[in-house]
Design a protein around this ligand. Structure first.
Ligand code: NAD
Length: 386
């Protein structure tokens, strides 16, 4: 039985609680922590967590030897310190996205995981969606030829009151805008499907509709890979309808989520004609792939529990989380310095540390509202398109 603690019992915590509760024979929630312990108590009551002790400080549970796995569900600026302290105290960690506020913090987390032999998983629950999992499998089947272009619409919409919450909309505590906190999901998918980060990044950032937030609500990045492939990534909080897309153009065919397949071949004069045979082959391949039994947070929690049970790595490790932060850091560096940026970002680069990032970002607006101890906010965690 894997004993679980959840640190931070706000909006995202029910996704973790419900996920763990799906596996009553494998794990048990034994502790909930929040600086507002009444929020933790309310969650324990709502979900019938009779065995969960409530704490107002995560330091208090570090000495408990019976806790095996901790879900870190606090605001981003706390992820690194809490994860490091938990691993140091012998606990495995499943940390919410974004992994951390800087590459330096990511590296400190990875070092602690290595030194202690603990498992460090990072939440990127969209990998556990049938449509993305099967898109990845179809890409890996090598039917579309070399990927030459990827198009990503990480389109979301939030009203200005979204930024009233105390930690959101600040470079210090949210650590970024929609690129870090929303497109993080698509960036994880892109890195996973492309097999790594690009070599070069050119980005433009703006805040076009949220005048109570320091951070960007739009970014557009053009990426260039070692292979020569290119990608366009739009991160946005201003798109009504939140239509999202991840699309790969291979040398032989295009595939995308939501699922779409098109294959062209060249006529003698180079103009396109439909490659019906390849379209049929891709469709058949995709349609025979199984649906996932568990999706979203529950799917990732299942995977992390299995990793602990079997002594193997989970699908989404700290290294994947770091890759995501590296690409986002490059987008911020390029956007604020208004120039092309090359990866990797070195340890000497000012953008490697939180201090350097804070010196180099320029707040778009001043944040004036800081609502604390907000309870019972129902949130959505992304597009559920098939
Ligand atoms: N995976 C997803 O799709 C998804 C969706 C939403 C949020 N998130 C992430 O989850 C994290 C939390 O977001 P949220 O929307 O739940 O925020 P929230 O403000 O609703 O909840 C955070 C909770 O942490 C508590 N907290 C703050 N400091 C703490 C500390 N030192 N010790 C213990 N508890 C502390 C707060 O009181 C609050 O209850 C963020 O990193 C966010 O990016 C992920």
């Amino acid at each position: 039985m894997i004993n679980i603690a959840i640190i931070g019992t706000g909006n995202i915590s029910p996704f973790h609680i419900k996920g763990y509760l799906e596996f009553p024979n494998r794990c048990k929630i034994v502790a909930l922590v929040d600086i507002y312990p009444e929020k933790a108590k309310a969650k324990a009551e709502e979900y019938g967590l009779k065995d969960a002790q409530i704490y107002s400080s995560y330091q208090e549970l570090l000495t408990r030897k019976d806790i095996d796995l901790v879900s870190v569900c606090t605001p981003p600026y706390l992820h690194a310190q809490i994860s490091i302290d938990c691993m140091k105290a012998g606990k495995n960690v499943l940390c919410e996205k974004p992994m951390a506020s800087s590459l330096e913090e990511c590296d400190a987390m990875l070092l602690m995981a290595k030194e202690t032999g603990r498992t460090l998983g990072i939440v990127a629950q969209n990998r556990f969606s049938t449509s993305f999992m099967n898109l990845k499998k179809t890409l890996d089947a090598d039917l579309i030829g070399n990927v030459v272009w990827a198009d990503i619409d990480s389109h979301w919409w939030r009203g200005t009151s979204y930024y009233d919450l105390w930690w959101r909309g600040t470079w210090e505590k949210e650590s970024g805008g929609c690129t870090l906190n929303h497109a993080v999901h698509h960036i994880d998918l892109l890195n996973w499907m492309m097999g790594g980060v690009p070599k070069k990044v050119n980005a433009v950032l703006g805040n076009v509709a949220h005048n109570n937030s320091e951070v960007e609500d739009v970014s557009v990045a053009v990426l260039k890979y070692e292979s020569g492939a290119m990608a366009r990534l739009t991160s946005s909080l201003v798109h009504h309808g939140e239509n999202q897309k991840i699309e790969f153009q291979g040398s032989k065919a295009r595939i995308a989520a939501p699922w779409k397949v098109t294959a062209s071949k060249a006529k003698e004069n180079g103009f396109p004609e439909k490659n019906a045979e390849l379209e049929e082959q891709l469709t058949q391949y995709y349609e025979t792939l199984p649906n996932l039994a568990k999706e979203g947070h529950t799917g990732e929690i299942d995977n992390v529990l299995s990793a602990l049970e079997q002594g193997i790595d989970p699908l989404i490790t700290g290294h994947s989380g770091r890759n995501t932060i590296e690409l986002i850091t490059a987008i911020y560096k390029s956007g604020f310095e208004e120039r092309m940026v090359e990866l990797p970002i070195s340890k000497e680069d000012p953008w490697y540390t939180v201090e350097g990032i804070m010196k180099n970002v320029k707040p778009f607006y001043q944040k004036t509202t800081f609502l604390e101890n907000v309870t019972d906010q129902k949130i959505t965690v992304g597009s559920d398109f098939k």
